[in-house]
Structures are given as structure tokens and as C-alpha cells.
Design a protein. Structure first.
Lengths: 145, 145
């Protein structure tokens, strides 16, 4: 595995990063930007970085899916370990949604689940304590340098 | 807390070409989010071509949906969707494309998708949509099909 990141600010095993922002679709780009930065600093290569960027966008969509997210916040938690990166997305403070179908008549979670299944090693979603949480784990291709 | 600001949002129209631009990305200096996205409609070889540039996600996909529905509603059963300048695409975007494809086929037409970037093609492949859409890697190839 090639570490493409050449900066001095490297995330190490045990580091935890948290990002909270209003649960709005136009802010999901923030989640992707932060994911790119953290994945690079955690030593993932450019291919994994692209996979994680896409996967985290899908996590955000899944977390917002069954809720009326307009008044809630999305909290992203990044945990770096020697063998993997664990990312969870939790929707906090939102009410229940009316429908899971998109304006195109497609079940919104089907494509997200397919994308996550292809890009990461483990993923899941559940409702807990009145909040929706989606999570993923992506293992490293090789040992952490 | 992050503040969202649409940097640019303009529309201009002439006889056969319309362009709608929304800028977006992250500006640390101003604390704003900017995301590059534009849609252009034009006629090529008597066929409507919709060219999308930038990132298609939950924030920008509604504009693509509106544009495609408008083109199809004008009586165009077959539409060419040029995604060559697209740099990112998520499940929301795929949902919009599937919805538009259904509309085209209901009218006896087709939605041709033009993709060359392997990162974008990968998303079609992992969701199995390469078997659903007629996909080519250039506009010229659509003309030859």
C-alpha cells in the first residue's frame, strides 16, 4: 500500500475525530471533504480514499433516510485503528420521515446499500435512543506504517 | 456549525442552449461551502444532449431531475446524458437517472449515458446499472450506436 499523504499531520491508531453539522443535503459535501482529509492522514491510499469519500456520503444519506432531518444534526465519528478505519454517522434530534421513496420512485436505501457493500468491509444501520446511526468499517490493505 | 452559501446561481437561455450553474466547495477563509455543478442543454444531430459538470449528489441531483424531466416533457423520448465532466456521483444521482430512464422507455425511447472516468463507471458497475443503461465512453459512440 502506498501512502499518498505527504503532510506532517498524520492520524495514528486510537485517534478519534468528530464532525457535527446541520443535517442538510447541501452540507453532505463537508462530510466527503473531511473524509478525504482524514483517510489520507490515516494512511489510506488514493483508491481507498475515493471509496471512503463515496461511502461516507451514502452513510449520511442512510442516516437521514428514515427521519425528517430538517431540524437535526449529523454527527460523524472517525476512529483510526492499526487495522481499519471505523466511521459512523448519527442523526440527532430529528423526527420520523413520511416516506423512504425518492421523487424518482426508487427505494432510496437500495442503491446506498449496494454501494456500501461493494466499497467497505462491514456496514450497518440502526435506530437507537431516538437517533438513526449508520456505520462502516474499511480495513487496510496492509499494515499501518 | 458551518454556514452554507451558494456562491453562484445564475441561469441564461437562448434558442437551443441553457446553462444553470451552482458553485460550491470549501472556503476556510470565509467559512462557506462551495460545490461546482452545472447543467447544459443543447441539440446535437437533432438529439437533445444534457451535459452535466461537477458533483451530482443529494444537493444537486434535484436540478438534474428537473432538467431531464423538462427535456422529456418537451417530447424527447430519447435523451443523451453527457457525464464526461462529472467528478462525483452518488446514489441520489443514480436514482434520478433510473427515474429518467423509466420515463424515456415509457415513451418508447432511451436514456443514453456517456461516461469515461473509471471512478464514475465503477459506481454504475457496482450497482449493476451497466446492464440497465446504454453506456458509451464518448458522444460520437452514441451517434454510431
Amino acid at each position: 500500500m502506498t501512502n499518498e499523504y505527504v503532510g506532517t499531520e498524520v492520524l495514528e491508531a486510537g485517534d478519534h475525530v468528530q464532525l457535527t453539522f446541520p443535517a442538510r443535503g447541501d452540507l453532505v459535501v463537508l462530510a466527503r471533504l473531511v473524509t478525504s482529509a482524514i483517510s489520507a492522514r490515516a494512511g489510506f491510499d488514493i483508491e481507498d480514499l475515493e471509496d471512503l469519500r463515496l461511502a461516507v456520503g451514502e452513510l449520511c444519506l442512510l442516516a437521514m433516510l428514515d427521519s425528517d432531518a430538517r431540524h437535526g444534526d449529523l454527527r460523524l465519528d472517525f476512529e483510526v485503528s492499526p487495522e481499519a478505519i471505523d466511521i459512523s454517522c448519527t442523526l440527532i434530534g430529528a423526527g420520523p420521515a413520511l416516506s423512504t421513496k425518492t421523487a424518482d420512485g426508487v427505494e432510496a436505501d437500495q442503491l446506498s446499500e449496494q454501494i456500501l457493500a461493494a466499497l467497505v468491509d462491514e456496514h450497518g444501520r440502526k435506530q437507537e435512543d431516538g437517533s438513526a446511526r449508520a456505520w462502516l468499517r474499511k480495513r487496510r490493505k496492509g499494515p499501518l506504517a | 456549525m458551518f454556514r452554507f452559501l451558494t456562491i453562484g446561481n445564475r441561469a441564461k437561455a437562448n434558442s437551443d442552449c441553457r446553462r444553470v450553474c451552482v458553485s460550491a466547495g470549501l472556503s476556510e477563509r470565509r467559512g462557506t461551502v462551495e460545490q461546482a455543478f452545472s447543467i447544459e442543454k443543447r441539440i446535437e444531430g437533432g438529439r437533445p444532449v444534457v451535459v452535466v459538470e461537477g458533483e451530482i449528489d443529494v444537493a444537486t441531483a434535484p436540478q438534474l431531475r428537473e432538467c431531464l424531466h423538462e427535456v422529456i416533457a418537451e417530447g424527447n423520448a430519447t435523451v443523451v446524458l453527457d457525464l464526461l465532466p462529472v467528478t462525483f456521483l452518488d446514489s441520489t444521482a443514480l436514482g434520478v437517472l433510473v427515474g429518467a430512464l423509466k420515463r424515456c422507455r415509457e415513451l418508447g425511447g432511451e436514456l443514453h449515458v456517456v461516461v469515461a472516468d473509471p471512478r464514475i463507471m465503477k459506481i454504475f458497475e457496482i450497482t449493476g446499472l451497466t446492464n440497465v443503461f446504454p453506456i458509451t465512453d464518448s458522444l460520437a459512440a452514441v451517434g454510431a450506436a
